[in-house]
Ligand binder design. Sequence first.
Ligand code: MSP
Length: 646
Amino acid sequence: MNTKNFYVTTPIYYVNDKPHIGHAYTTVLADVLARYHRSLGDETFFLTGTDEHGQKVEKAAAARHMDPKAHCDETVQRFQSLWKRLGITNDRYIRTTDEYHKEVVRKILQNLYDRGEIYKAEYTGWYCVGDERFFTEKDLVDGKCPECGREVSSIVESNYFFRMSKYREWLIDYIETHPGFIQPAFRANETLGFLRKGLGDLCISRPKARLSWGIELPFDPDYVCYVWFDALINYISGVGYLQDDAMFEKWWPASYHLIGKDILTTHSVYWPTMLKAIGLPLPKTIFAHGWWLTGNTKMSKSLGNVVNPMDMADRCGVDAFRYFLMAEMSPGNDANFTEEGFVTRYNSDLANDLGNLLSRVLKMTLRNANGTIPTPGALTADEEELKREVASAIDTMESSLAALKFDQGLAAVMNAVRAGNRYLEKTAPWTLAKKGETERLNTVLFTAADALRQFSVLLYPVMPEKMAELRKALGYTGDELNDAKIADLRTRPCDLAGRHVQDTSGLFPRIDVTPKEETPAPAPKPADKKKKAAPVNVFAPIGIEEFAKIELRTAKILAAEKVEGADKLQKLQLDVGGEKRQIVSGIAQWYTPETLVGKTIVIVANLKPAVIRGVESNGMLLAAKSGKELKLVTIDGEFASGAQVG
Ligand code: MSP
């Protein structure tokens, strides 16, 4: 493989799974990496796909009375449409049920069998259906599966084995002498620890009597191939192994296999020994990233805390989601996903810092330079300083790319963005305009626009759609919108002067944070005078069926009093269609108890009871808030209490 050729893979995902944030993360990471390499001018190949054989698929298809392939054809679409939605630019999508892949697996099996690398023997062991893996007695933890903790069943049967054990010493030596092979380094140590405990041969067959959904062994029709042995081969069958020599020569060995830490052993032990036996070089780097947790706990279907990436993309935008994934996780370590964390990062990095810089530059250019990016005059120390900040962001992004530390690269870009805002505050182009200092104003507007141009290039692989929009705002058109190459940043002179800017005030509208307890729900804020883009509420839009879950009712206030020790709170006694209720609300600043009694208001009647400052509250009243003003939502005139509102 030419060193300028870059080949990146993701794991091939179990076709049965519902794609979640973990799948989305690895695939977006691979996509960002592929886009950066294309942007550097490297020839790039990006492979992803689905793992479609094995017991779980067979069972799921049987439960639906379907042929397993037909079941896969249906479920694979969940992944394919998600990748389309997330802007994933894979060059090939491999399915292990693809005929070309099966053919390669069969050829490899036959070849290894003919050379004595695969042999038949009787096997006694423990099998975990969930993980589709065998374990020896000593592997078990408290008699259960060491991977997932589930029950295992004892199995005695004849099977085929790959002579993995004989490569143990070689692999230890390889890992020790190739420090970049397994990354981060502590994962290499983990693998070495595993290998030093001893290594058995690998059972690579399943009797058809037990499992028929797999690739039949070419030398024994009573068996199918073990799903992991079949799946790992995708990394070479996907780039032409035994089918297209030129293609294979071009891409193998892979630059990166990106995986999650859960599948380290299969990739760092099974796969290298398989390649060694086949006679192929090993991938340059196997990179294992950490887990996405929700609220610091593991995501699991049973806990109901699995983050659905399609949902996030719909609610917050694809690019914002991609940005969050890349900026928040320091690859190698675990990361935590919370909506609050998402909103905070989005609002501060994208809406405030980047969005603000862009909107200032656009507005000033429209107002003071007829919308045309001016030619700069003489540069001062202030311009030089901003240029240095931008150049340092380019350096950091390039080095973080080499170490797969996008979080650091993005942090450096955001630092430079903030330097851009500081530059505007210091040079104050609005004052220069007032004073008629046109040449200096031109220099400032040009310099800030040039910084934005470079940010659009550096951020393009992470947020391709938004950066194309940003480039459009700077006056680029047609192919230029997506012609954002890092390689050009150092060589091509800035081509902005004379371009006509366009105002896109809504590039990153602020996300409204949902109010917390104790404060009545405010109505959406009216667009302010400066006509900022309307804030986006992450929790919108909802369907009518979701709205229907909220029970709104009229309620008459019978009595009201302040909650002792809490300045803002009032305790209200309500009549709701004959039923008496107490609610606590944070309206004391705006209403005295006397002004409340007798009003007919609207409440959320089916809110779970809460205890606020030691007082029980059974519902929430509705109020509208604008700036410092608050008004209760009341019913016009005399009206029954307990009536439905909607
Ligand atoms: N089919 C095998 C892989 C075969 S590769 C030759 C498999 N599939 S999987 O559907 O279970 O996907 C596993 C991968 O999904 C992980 O390695 C990781 O890339 C990603 N993730 C799944 N859950 C995750 C998190 N909660 N967090 C981060 N990534 C995780 O294993």
